[in-house]
Design a protein around this ligand. Structure first.
Ligand SMILES: Nc1ncnc2c1ncn2[C@@H]1O[C@H](COP(=O)(O)OP(=O)(O)OP(=O)(O)O)[C@@H](O)[C@H]1O
Ligand SMILES: [Mg+2]
Length: 728
């Protein structure tokens, strides 16, 4: 049998081979939706002789796109290169770059990330003399983002209250800054693509002609702009294949609207619907628990999922005395299981909020178990990485005022905020951008018409930066990216600036080198793609490809993934469901879906964990068990631990608790006062061999050492457990 039709049940087979123009596959988790979508592409190419060039497939994360491409390459060979396969954002960026002539920015536009967006909003608030404590940049950004996802410009935003009026005004200025910076934000990628198609029928026609087949994964999480985009892209052939599960819709806060499923059915009355009922991922106990949880949600299509994988173990529920014990239990349990032969990569620990990772991380460090953290403390969020990217962005697109403001004084060259304001003002007075003025100063020096508008000290400092910028632009045009990278570092003396000889400095320089390694990968493809890919790396995408270590991630980031053993921690009222949702039934339903997504990631074993007390800014607070646990039939659950929190009332007297596994994994020991190791030392480790100490500090009651091993790369270790030997 051909690859595309291998291992499919009859419903899956029908979905893969159907000749319906519009097809909706609605099915629960683990039923093979993503698999069906992938194999349908292979079927279209192999059997129906559709050219990969005419196929567009949309995934939810870049990681999912990479996986799908790899599978397709295996089935179809290199022919799949012509296939468009990526996230909505990546696809839109590609369209906007090709059609820049019809847009108010040119094709070198940069994509502002969340940080950039906040800093623009702060700048606007300052300009408008608005207190950013009363009007939080994050909440204003939310208003702007929602407006864009609903395809509304600043003039369409309602202003019934003063607060709304403020948001509207900020939105206006925000847009001006984006335009004059030749930049777009994430929401713009979608909004401008939709607008482009609405306003240019001939462009819509071109893409509509091209894409004979449009396929979409995780359809339940599309928002309005995305839905409209899909309609445009399929406006000629009308072939749309979408797969989704309304019970897994968890991005309402980003404008996702699972009613798009209903809209799809009413927009395409002839569409066919296929349901898949067999689950291939999970054991029956996991499925039954999931089912019991989601059944509590109203207004959903009931689904019956069954599995032939056997009952599997009961759901473990561990009641820890407090949040430290919660983390320690999870790590101890994993240590035991690894000791009995399981692989680290089979485990995932999921939580509701990013902050919950900290105690888990510390517990892993103490146990000397390597782990993978998804999302938090992103590499691209680090100062030195952002600095260098900003330099490159500025060279690539000199109008990028956010990057200019970030780096004009890096390293400090005496350009104060006053000079910057002057620069801005003078540019505006002359209908120019700050970069135009800088370049003029850089090129003409004292002959520049702007020289005399500054004090001579400011003028020469600005001229110096202007000439650097000019040189880099020229250099970048005829030299590969890594050379430009090195040239910039050398010209500004960046190493001396950030690497002050301390461990921290070393670490920062390591990050710069890591970025440089990445730049090398783009030697051929060039700076545009380099910057674009960096901008598109979203949180979910930091899931590492290697799978030898337990993964820590939020429930949101877990969508579409699967692991043998899943731990969900923090099953307390206020955490899961989150306190924000307690008053609002819609939000509560979404919390329940989020929990459902988490449960259904488990292939074999699910462990739920909660803590009877949690520390809250130094105080301990009692917690109540999550209402979601009540939804799971008692006979599916095996309870362990102290069960403090089953009391639903706040206890009057504090029960004394016996030290449990928390004590076990953190034997009392003297807190070391001084570091034993130092950055730069050569050390050896019993398993990983020799390495170089990068950083060391006292953390809790132990010394934490970061070592670059020749064998496995960077590891953070607890000194008391790791027993590193100093060489020489
Ligand atoms: N017919 C089949 N035979 C064997 N394995 C299958 C079959 N269909 C799906 N699987 C496997 O079941 C698992 C779940 O499939 P897949 O990820 O496609 O489900 P999904 O419906 O997309 O789930 P989710 O809703 O969580 O995204 C995968 O490991 C997949 O390879
Ligand atoms: Mg899937």
């Amino acid at each position: 049998m051909m690859d595309a039709l291998k291992n499919l049940n009859p419903q899956q087979h029908e979905a893969v081979t159907s000749s319906a123009r519009q097809l909706l596959v609605l099915a629960g988790p683990g039923s093979g939706k993503t698999r069906v979508l992938t194999q349908r592409i292979a079927f279209l190419v192999n059997e129906n002789k559709v050219s990969p060039h005419s196929i567009l497939a949309v995934t939810f994360t870049n990681k999912a796109a990479r996986e799908m491409r790899t599978r397709l390459e295996r089935m179809l060979g290199k022919g799949v290169n012509a296939l468009w396969l990526g996230t909505f954002h990546a696809i839109c960026a590609r369209i906007l770059r090709s059609e820049a002539d019809a847009l108010p920015f040119d094709n070198n536009f940069v994509i502002m990330d969340a940080d950039d967006q906040q800093s623009i909003i702060k700048r606007v608030l300052k300009d408008l003399n608005i207190d950013d404590k009363l009007y939080r940049p994050a909440s204003i950004h939310n208003v702007i983002s929602n407006a864009k996802n609903a395809m509304q410009g600043p003039d369409q935003v309602k202003s019934r209250t003063y607060r709304e009026e403020i948001s509207k005004r900020v939105y206006e200025q925000y847009e001006k800054i984006l335009r004059s910076s030749n930049a777009v934000d994430f929401d713009d990628l979608l909004m401008w693509s939709v607008r482009l198609f609405e306003e240019n029928p001939q462009i819509r026609e071109k893409y509509g002609q091209r894409f004979e087949h449009v396929l979409v994964d995780e359809f339940q999480d599309t928002n309005q702009a995305q839905y409209e985009l899909l309609k445009h892209l399929s406006s000629v052939h009308h072939c749309l294949f979408v797969v989704g599960d309304e019970d897994q819709s968890i991005y309402r806060w980003r404008g996702a609207d699972y009613r798009n499923v209903l809209r799809f059915q009413s927009d395409y009355p002839k569409s066919e619907k296929i349901l898949l009922e067999r689950n291939y991922r999970s054991t029956q106990n996991v499925l039954d628990a999931a089912q019991a949880v989601i059944n509590q949600n109203k207004s959903r299509t009931p689904k019956n999922l069954y599995s032939k994988r056997g009952e599997g173990p009961l759901i473990s529920l561990y009641d820890a005395v407090d949040d430290h014990a919660e983390a320690a239990y999870v790590v101890d349990d994993i240590v035991d299981r690894i000791a009995s032969g399981q692989e680290g990569g089979e485990f995932a620990i999921m939580y509701r909020t990013n902050a919950q990772s900290r105690l888990l991380e510390e517990a892993f460090l103490r146990a000397n178990i390597p782990y993978r953290l998804v999302g938090a403390q992103r590499f691209y969020g680090r100062r030195e990485v952002k600095d260098i990217i900003s330099f490159l962005r500025l060279v690539h697109n000199t109008y990028d005022s956010v990057s200019l403001a970030r780096v004009i004084n890096v390293p400090p060259r005496g350009v104060g905020s006053k000079t910057l304001l002057d620069l801005d003002q003078i540019a505006q007075n002359n209908n120019l951008t700050s970069s135009d003025v800088l370049l003029s100063l850089g090129e003409l020096g004292q002959k520049s018409p702007f020289w005399d508008t500054f004090s001579s000290r400011s003028a020469s400092m600005l001229a110096h930066f202007g000439s650097l910028l000019m040189n880099w632009r020229e250099f970048g045009q005829s030299n590969p990216l890594p050379d430009l990278f090195d040239r910039i570092l050398a010209d500004i003396g960046y190493k001396a600036y950030i690497d002050d000889g301390t461990e921290m400095g070393d670490g920062r320089w390591e990050n710069v080198l890591e970025l440089r390694r990445l730049a090398y990968e783009y030697e051929e493809r060039g700076i545009t793609e380099f910057l674009e890919n960096i901008a598109l790396v979203s949180d979910q995408d930091t899931v590492p490809e290697e799978n030898d270590a337990p993964t820590l991630l939020t429930l949101h980031a877990a969508k579409g993934l699967e692991f043998s053993h899943v731990y969900i921690v923090g099953l307390d009222e206020g955490l899961l469901p989150h306190s924000r949702s307690l008053e609002d039934p819609e939000e509560m339903a979404e919390e329940r879906r989020l929990f459902y997504v988490g449960i259904t990631r488990a292939k074999n074993h699910l462990t739920l964990v909660r803590a009877g007390q949690r520390s809250n800014y130094g105080r301990f607070e009692y917690t109540m068990e999550s209402r979601f646990i009540d939804d799971i039939p008692e006979e599916l659950i095996k309870r362990e631990g102290v069960r403090l929190g089953v009391q639903r009332l706040t206890p009057l007297s504090h029960p004394r608790w016996e030290p449990s596994s928390y004590e076990r994994s953190t034997p009392k020991k003297e807190t070391p006062k001084e570091s034993r190791y130092q950055a730069g030392m050569r050390v050896t480790h019993s398993t990983w061999g020799s390495g170089l100490v990068v950083e060391t500090r006292i953390l809790g009651n132990d010394e934490t050492v970061t070592v670059m091993f020749e064998s496995v790369g960077l590891k953070r270790l607890a000194a008391s457990v790791a027993r590193l030997e100093i060489v020489g």
